[in-house]
Design a protein around this ligand. Sequence first.
Ligand code: GLA
Length: 733
Amino acid sequence: MDIICHEGSKQFHLFNDSCSYIIGILPNGEPGQLYFGKRVHDREDYGYLVNYVGRAMFVGKSDDESFSLEANRREYPSFGTGDYRQSAFSLLFGDGSHVSALKFDSFKIFDGKPKLNGLPAVYAEEEGEAKTLELTLKDELKGIRAVLLYTIFRDYPVITRSVRFVNEGRESVTIDRAMSLCLDLPDHDYEWMQFSGAWAREKRPITKQLDEGTVLVESLRGHSSANHNPFVILKRKNTDEFKGEAIGAALVYSGNFLTSAEVDTYGSLRLMTGINPSYFSWNLEEGEEFQTPEAILIRSEEGLNGLSQNLHRLYRKRLSRGIWKEKERPILLNNWEATQMDFDEASILKIAAKGRDAGVELFVLDDGWFGARNDDRAGLGDWFENREKLPGGIKGLSDKIHDMGLKFGLWFEPEMVNPDSDLFRKHPEWALSTPGREMSLGRHQLVLDLSRQDVLDYLYERMHEIISEGRIDYVKWDMNRTISECFSNATPAKEQGKVYHRYMLGVYRLYERLIGDFPDLLFESCASGGSRFDAGMLYYAPQTWGSDDTDAVERLKIQYGTSYGYPISSIGAHVSEVPNQQTGRICSIANRANVAYFGTFGYEMDLNKLSDEEFEEIKVQIEFMKKYRSLIQGGDFYRLLSPFEGNYCSWMVVSEDKKKAIFAFYRILSEPNPPHKRIRLKGLDPDRLYSIGQEEHYGSELMEIGIEAAEIPQPVWVNPQGDFVSEVFVLEG
Ligand code: GLA
């Protein structure tokens, strides 16, 4: 891994064992993208990759009509000077003009990776594992400096990017658009994969062939959303899970985003991701700076699984922080689906005790423990224990749970307030709302203005007190509605365009403060399930509740879709009661666990309601998970058969040393007399003899010949088992 600057040709070559990224200074003085792809030789001059083509209707800056911005690949393109694709940034100057000219000024290359002030970002830990290029561009006329940051990693096929604007001029300037990443590619022969859905059906992979025009996903909800995820993949047509080229782009950000791929009519492709420019404007006074969030660019030649595995590793090791990032996650029991808000201390202790008997390690008290919170119409914002339900308060309950030998976790939804709450009655101005306009409600609640320091201070003080006094080991940080009527009562008119982003910075600051005070606390983020499941959140909370949909069949899809962009250790997955509260479906307790194992694992039900037989079964499940969770949460995950493509789903995880693996197979609907279907396993050591069930097979057999799916479990025509059957096999070699 290195970054080489060729002073003569003014070119920069960032490379590691797998990829090369080459930047050259174009004839107009701005940086151009010369190459991004598989590692190539370093050489002094790749200048032949600059396009000199004169075309009718092109405009250019000199009489040399052969150079035009429209025909070239640019690193951080502006608008208005001859390139009519979407720009990466847009500045509005005091005189009303918006044409800018950011030209190369200087550069720095250094070891490691700088932190981004107030923002989540991938980090480097050891010396020599990352190198950074800082390209400084200047607009001399207006005194604007833009610093483009590129970090390349030794151990990951990854380049991270972000941009910092500095106003060194004499007048205020407004940033109307500042994308984190722009990647111009020379051809558009790619399919675009996005991960879209809605509440309870998050992250379904959707594939589109790119063609002239623009494809985009975005959020304007104030959080990244279940609807579209800030992670996309570009893949070649013949790329599949196991082979072929794929490029991923992830934004390390949890608020409004825009990710787009524009194909121009000459066949080039422009991929961009960053803060959504709609309803964003950031005026920068003299001397002020603005830092964009970070974008991650990742590349694979080993298909989609290869891409996901590297991203998983990066997120586990160099995005998540703290003691929990690679630690086995506790098996938890959450009372939400068991009691909703109708509980008291005795009923909670009864549920927790049964959990303890089953082998659970952490009990989590969900919504309903504070203020007048007996249903979702009241109480949010009043972070004071409800002594009617919990006479000894959170501390009293927590002590009793700890005395049982369990850890204790607690639910918060800090960003929200119910109109029917003491907090709102005292501080109506703390809710985001537009003067004179009706406030829209979502789940009977309003969103607090986390762009305000006084709001953050109140939340910090309440959470800090409860967490420290209550000896809390885990916090579920929920966020259950989108933002509407976005306007901050504490912000002057010309800064209202900052509010969405400042809100996110506020969320990040609050997390950071609490993490600083309680470094051992495990956070699980949540937004009605997976409505804020993004790389930004994983910097603070290493796990996210995958979905409010806990139905095992639906979870196959949700977890499969989520695995494209996020590690198994980040996916909150629980066994819940049946009939399932979201779908009404009844799946056996074995099937529910066989799906939930591939996540952080826990239970979301009253275990007292189980039959003795089922209770014995969950004891075995918990033992199994304790034994294998480090493999499941830390191994290489392979998607084998997609539940989006048929009646089956299959996936497996393989330990780093390839000595152990776990293979899972799921058949959704019962099939009489099913056709043959061989599943070929992946990632094993071909020469190792593995035991699997009652048999032994070499890795080569399992990978080349495979396992006959129609026979797992027992053929359905011999012993019909009805819909949804599944089997999890441990392979030991
Ligand atoms: C959201 C969460 C659930 C639960 C409820 C409580 O829907 O996703 O898991 O915590 O809120 O109100």
